[in-house]
Design a protein around this ligand. Structure first.
Ligand code: F6P
Length: 318
């Protein structure tokens, strides 16, 4: 099942889970629309051939949802009844922290074996250096910023580019460094509006005629990118400012090779964990090895940004 915000690589992970089941002579059933579909018994039997031609497809063919009903005891009871009716005896759930929180409660209430695969472009899960879709999203964002830079430099403009990341700045920080942004604003470090103005002032003085500022959606420097634009318009009228909010385009597209390989590795491990009788684990990538982390640790310990990148970014924007 896939649940929460979709991410590139989810299809590749479903394919891997289904093919690993086939390899071990296990039957697999896909659940549509995450916990919503579980409650409604919206299932489909899958076999090795039903997942052909999807490794390269963005989104998730099982579809995804954020379920309110699963947050209720009655909803979860109905979900359990549906799984039992279908003789399903273990769950691999692909999603983010909301998905894993639901899986843990479900396991506690019904002692139902669950294994999580981290799928979110935000990379905001502990216990893995990369979540599925993060690498693809980074490449998408860098590609778009490169394009925006073409027009920014043609018009000597300053662009504020908002990228996804409600609570964490992984996308902003990495894509910002990768695309050569002059400033990167992330939720983890509120640098403040004065510091932003000073930095842009320095950029101007050092001869830069255009600038790119990447802003994570959860950043608190302004209340949003449009407010940042207004502030700079007011305090630095010499700048011609534009805003670009990249939005959901960051969640789409064909997964990168990295995400496809990661999905394939995680899918195999998830089924093998269940075969070994394990539960309440998340499969992740640690030091390039597929490892497991207890689901509760994965949820609670949010992944930390790489502070070295902040320093690198500061030096690069000299
Ligand atoms: O969690 C992934 C994510 O893409 C966030 O970066 C973003 O804030 C959120 O989902 C958007 O959610 P929705 O698709 O429900 O608007």
């Amino acid at each position: 099942m896939t649940s929460g915000g979709d991410s590139p690589g989810m299809n590749a992970a479903i394919r891997s889970v289904v093919r690993t089941c086939a390899f071990y002579n296990l039957e697999s059933v896909g659940i549509y629309r995450g916990y919503e579909g579980m409650i409604e018994g919206d299932f489909i039997e899958l076999n090795a051939r039903s997942v052909k031609g999807i490794i390269n497809k963005g989104g998730t063919f099982l579809k995804s949802a954020r379920s309110k009903e699963f947050r209720t005891k009655e909803g979860r009871q109905e979900a359990y009844n549906q799984l039992k009716k279908e003789n399903i005896d273990a769950l691999v759930t692909i999603g983010g922290d909301g998905t894993f929180t639901g899986a843990l409660i479900f396991n506690k209430e019904f002692n139902f074996p669950v294994i999580g695969i981290p799928g979110t472009i935000d990379n905001d899960i502990a216990g893995t250096s990369h979540t599925l879709g993060y690498d693809t999203a980074l490449n998408t964002v860098v590609d778009v910023i490169d394009k925006i830079r073409d027009t920014a430099s043609s018009h000597n403009r300053l662009f504020f580019i908002e990228v996804m990341g409600r609570d964490v700045g992984h996308i902003a920080l990495n894509a910002g460094v990768g695309a050569g942004a002059e400033e990167i604003l992330i939720p983890e470090e509120n640098l403040g509006l004065d510091r932003l103005v000073e930095s842009l002032q320095r950029s101007k003085e050092s001869g830069k005629s255009s600038s790119i500022v990447v802003v994570a959606e959860g950043d608190k420097t302004g209340s949003n990118v449009f407010e940042l634009k207004d502030y700079i318009n007011e305090h630095m009228p010499e700048y011609d400012v534009r805003v670009s909010v990249l939005g959901h385009m960051q969640r789409g597209g064909s997964p990168s090779c990295f995400d496809r390989v990661l999905a394939s590795r995680m899918g195999v491990k998830s089924v093998e964990c269940l075969l070994e009788g394990q539960s309440n684990l998340m499969v992740g990538l640690i030091n390039d090895k597929i490892s497991t982390t207890p689901l509760d640790k994965a949820i609670k310990g949010q992944s930390k940004i790489n502070k070295e990148l902040i320093r690198v970014s500061d030096i690069m924007s000299t």
